[in-house]
Design a protein around this ligand. Structure first.
Ligand code: ATP
Length: 454
């Protein structure tokens, strides 16, 4: 069977993101800026949770990785040393007939500008240029004078901010290899063909670790990081049959990499990269040492050995990961003759964990519900919603993926209990208001598996 059969389309996910205010087209009132997006309330909360889970896994739950937040603008020599100035290019082809641009290595999947759309070059009118190399870095000027000396770049990856800080961290974090530096931040690439919603944009967020190891341990640590990173996605609920590791063939490897594997997810567009995990050898530290004149190495006082550490780099995209979680979570089902759309997000990722809803807007229910909500929100991300029918309010919470709904009804005033509704099973139970926050915390921490897995 086609693995994508019966699955969600990207359009459905995009529509939900817009309908519920997760993600908007950027600068919409001016007609939008191509492939650029703004995150609304639930989008911010969801992406923050993705990043928080990443920090938890790579820093909090380990003792060999420390955090860093380097500046987006870096000394321009950085990009000479890293090879980006010369080599961070994609082959670009222009069509003089329709004025569209294509990636020369992606023509098979590209659509030309004419209708019905064919592959570029398939119409007799198509007039394609030869491929030329196009640098993906965004250039800007620093300071008031516009000359070559003032040219700086918006970083195309967060990694280089880590390499140039290797010495600082070694000195101040009291670490020795094997140890890592983790960073989350914006990166910019002037992609020739952005698209598929937030999958490929020109401004995006990366979550990267550079893990420095003694050279003879690199292969082993690469394997460990592959396993660790795969486990992260699975533990956060991604279905295992939608996730795979793909090893790069020799022809795909960057010149500095001895091994790279991608974590791939089965998006509606097919299997696509979520994260690349590379064994980069000593390329980065050696190059920065050469270009800066600083020694970037480790001296082991025990053995008297001096060496340039090798680097294992798990490099993920926060927006791409968020999109994968959304796609994987999106579900529809029929309940009592009505269609229900629900985001079956892992509770740890859900933007709102608990919705507190008075059954009706009378008999003191809204006031009681609000008091319960105000007590809960200090401990649990909660939302209070009193407008409209209860069915409509539940539909809204289902669509933003809220795992637990609490309803305050007539019985609450009698025995101080509320109804607790489970997003996935729709099971409802009554539970006392007394101890409610503890009960919810315990429920939210239970191991969770996507009901779509079975
Ligand atoms: P791709 O082959 O998809 O262009 P890449 O191999 O160039 O990706 P890396 O340089 O390895 O990507 O970047 C690491 C991660 O950063 C990717 O796995 C992806 O999650 C994210 N990423 C890279 N480019 C983009 C982009 N244009 N938009 C959103 N996320 C991106």
């Amino acid at each position: 069977m086609d693995a994508t059969a019966g699955e969600v389309t990207l359009d459905e996910v995009v529509a939900l993101c817009k309908r519920r205010g997760f993600v908007f087209q950027s600068s919409e009132i001016y007609g939008g800026l191509a492939s650029t997006y703004d995150y609304g309330h639930y989008g911010v909360l969801l992406k923050n949770n993705v990043k928080a889970e990443w920090w938890r896994a790579v820093v909090q739950e380990r003792d060999d990785v420390v955090a860093l937040d380097a500046a987006i603008l870096m000394h321009p020599r950085t990009w000479e040393a890293s090879g980006h100035l010369d080599g961070f290019t994609d082959p670009l082809i222009d069509c003089r007939a329709c004025n569209l641009r294509f990636r020369a290595d992606d023509l098979e999947d590209a659509n030309c500008g004419k209708k019905p759309s064919k592959r570029p070059g398939e119409y007799s009118e198509c007039d394609l240029t030869d491929p030329r190399q196009f640098n993906l870095m965004f250039e800007t000027q620093m300071g008031p004078v516009k000359d070559d000396a003032a040219t700086v770049y918006l970083r195309p990856e967060t990694a280089q901010g880590i390499f140039v800080n290797f010495k600082n961290v070694l000195q101040f974090a009291r670490k020795k290899p094997p140890f890592g530096i983790a960073q989350v931040g914006k990166a910019f690439r002037n992609e020739i063909t952005p698209g598929n919603f937030v999958f490929r944009t020109r401004e995006f967020e990366q979550m990267e670790v550079e893990f420095f190891v003694p050279p003879d341990e690199a292969a082993e640590w690469h394997k460990r990081w592959l396993a660790d990173r795969m486990r992260w996605y699975v533990e956060l609920g991604i279905r295992t049959d939608r996730l795979r590791l793909r090893e790069h063939g020799a022809d795909e490897l960057s010149h500095y990499s001895s091994a790279t594997s991608d974590v791939e997810y089965l998006f509606p567009m097919g299997w696509m990269e979520l994260e690349g995990i590379a064994n980069r050898g000593d390329f980065d530290l050696s190059r920065h040492a050469e270009f800066s004149g600083e020694k970037l190495e480790y001296f082991d006082q025990g053995s008297g050995e001096r060496y340039v550490p090798h680097v294992i780099e798990p490099s993920a995209g926060a927006d791409r990961a968020m999109l994968a979680f959304l796609v994987d979570a999106y579900d529809t089902e029929e309940v009592e003759g009505r269609k229900r759309t629900v985001l079956r997000l892992h509770p740890r990722l859900a933007p709102v964990k608990v919705a507190v809803l008075p059954l009706v807007s009378k008999e003191g229910m809204p006031e009681r519900a609000r008091a319960i909500y105000e007590e809960l929100r200090a401990r649990i991300p909660a939302e209070f919603d009193e407008g409209g029918s209860i069915g409509k309010r539940y539909r809204r919470q289902d669509e933003i993926g809220t795992p637990i709904g609490i309803t305050i009804d007539g019985q609450t005033a009698e025995d101080d209990t509320v109804t607790l509704r489970d997003r996935d099973s729709l099971e409802q139970i009554r539970t006392p208001v007394q101890g409610l926050a503890d009960e919810l915390t315990e429920r939210l921490q239970r191991p969770w598996q996507s009901p779509k897995s079975s």
